[in-house]
Design a protein around this ligand. Structure first.
Ligand code: ZN
Length: 499
């Protein structure tokens, strides 16, 4: 437990790194805007969710009790033409809206499993929280920050901004005039008192498929409302950390703050954390100009933009080599380098974990090597303490790896490193690779599977030989030879090797 370590977070509200002070000591409430389940998760989403998974994991490692809420948006996310995205996906595929939601929720979970992320503590769905959203609309109306027009309810941005100076615009750090200028919600523009106002309840049109009864009309909640309602329900009116992609700062997060503030009169979140953009060959990813790759294409190599497929863990390691707040540029060269770096780190860890630790007693003295190793272990932690900078933590692990290799090839005598220091290095590698970064040693897993299969095959062959069934025995040997595996029958039994 390292509960007393000072943690610095870059807070989008202040535009600065701040020392993290949880509302309840030892506890963290964290909300992250989850996926809209009408399409497959793209790489940018994956980066955001991988980043917050690592933040979650590091907080857990430090000993915090964390309630991590990540929602599923299954209604209310509007396209520019004002159509509900869920309904749009459903019409294209001729499916029920909830069928579409289910399909892509399952796909999203599968992708999160492939990236070895932990499930959040609660994963609420917008459609499961319509009552809470209706209550929040009512609370905002009661406090005078919304108005009803023809069965729809709009948040009154200009009134809210005038009465609560400095709140609207605080997440994106933008001035009000810019935000007003950027607002272009085309639907129902004529119903609004001001173009910057946004719908918190929408009256259904005949073509809308997902609708609920409310005091104002049969309709559906505005997209921004679900996060306000669900974060309040599970984390309270004010909670510690809210995360999401940079692209959600405006209008989504500004509107979330306005709604929470409008409903309860308090600031909902102490620390806003935002992940940065993913680029592909130094350009924004875009399907229309062909500069686009899906996670599946990246894994299979089935894209002209990569020379080969990259394993999910190599892709994850590539993501971790940059700080979550930096833009990350996917290029084939960078992926190749990351794959190499990932394999090297895994190999180093295997070497380290197999090193015997002396039973000699610690005599109280520390060698220069001991001090250098301990300082590097501290660097790993300090990297993560500094706004979860995985890039710095990985660099320090790689430097520690230098000592592992020196010990392994006896450039550094075993006696030069105290047993407890070696032990601490082993623990640090395991903790960061498995618990904090959630990386899996794919080579070791593969070789484990092959070992198991080979044991089974050679067992069957031994049985065949015992029964003098030479044709089966030869068939197995020949088939293995075709697969590049040589079987040798020696005095000490059967052995095998790969070409
Ligand atoms: Zn949200």
């Amino acid at each position: 437990m390292n509960e007393l370590r000072a943690l610095k977070l870059y807070n989008s509200l202040s535009g600065k790194k701040e020392t993290f002070q949880p509302i309840t000591p030892g506890h963290v409430g964290m909300y992250v805007c989850g996926p809209t389940v009408y399409y497959d998760a793209h790489l940018g989403n994956c980066r955001t969710f991988v980043s917050f998974d690592i933040i979650y994991r590091y907080l857990l490692h430090l000993g915090y009790k964390v309630r991590y809420v990540r929602n599923i948006t299954d209604v209310g996310h509007l396209t520019d033409d004002g159509e509900d995205r869920m309904a749009k996906g459903a019409k294209i595929a001729q499916l029920e809206p909830m069928e579409v939601a289910q399909k892509y929720t399952v796909g999203f979970h599968e992708m999160m499993r492939v990236f070895n992320t932990l499930p959040p503590s609660i994963e609420p769905r917008a459609t499961g929280h319509i009552l809470e959203q209706i209550e929040m609309v009512q609370a905002i109306l009661d406090r005078g920050y919304a108005y009803e027009q023809n069965g729809s309810v709009y948040f009154n941005v200009s009134k809210f901004a005038t009465e609560n100076p400095g709140v609207y615009g605080s997440v994106s750090g933008r001035v009000l005039d810019d935000l007003y200028a950027e607002t272009r919600e085309l639907k129902s523009q004529e119903e609004k008192k001001h173009p910057a106002d946004f719908a918190i309840w929408m009256k259904a049109r005949p073509q809308d498929l997902m609708v609920w009864k409310s005091p104002w009309s049969v309709g559906f909640p505005g997209w921004h409302l679900e996060c306000s309602a669900m974060s309040t329900k599970y984390l309270g009116k004010t909670f510690d950390i809210h995360g999401g992609g940079n692209d959600l700062k405006f209008p989504h997060h500004e509107n979330e703050v306005a709604q929470n503030h409008g409903a309860c009169g308090c600031s909902p979140v102490n620390y806003w954390l935002h992940t940065n953009m993913l680029l592909l060959n130094s350009k924004k990813m875009s399907k229309s100009d062909g500069n686009f790759i899906t996670p599946a294409e990246l894994f299979s190599g089935d894209s002209p933009l990569v020379s080969k497929g990259y394993s999910p863990m190599a892709v994850k390691f590539f993501m971790l080599m940059a700080h979550y707040r930096s833009t990350l540029d996917i290029t084939d060269e960078a992926l190749l380098a990351a794959e190499k770096g990932f394999r090297k780190l895994m190999e180093t860890n295997r070497l380290l974990q197999n090193m015997p630790v002396d039973a000699r007693d610690f005599d109280g003295s520390e060698s220069d090597n001991d001090r250098a190793i301990l300082a590097l272990i501290e660097d790993v932690y300090q990297g993560m303490d500094d706004d979860f900078n995985t890039a710095i933590a990985i660099a320090a692990l790689n430097e520690l790896g230098g000592y592992v290799h020196k010990l392994a090839n006896q450039q550094l005598a075993h006696t030069e490193v105290a047993p407890w220091v070696l032990e601490k290095m082993k623990v640090t590698f395991n903790v960061f690779i498995s618990d904090v970064f959630g990386l899996k040693d794919e080579d070791a897993e593969d070789s484990g599977t092959v070992d198991g299969l080979m044991e089974l095959i050679l067992d069957i062959r031994a049985q065949a030989r015992a029964q003098k069934d030479w044709s089966t025995s030869d068939k197995i040997r020949d088939a293995l030879a075709v697969a590049g595996i040589q079987v040798k029958d020696g005095k000490e039994g059967v052995s095998w090797s790969k070409n």
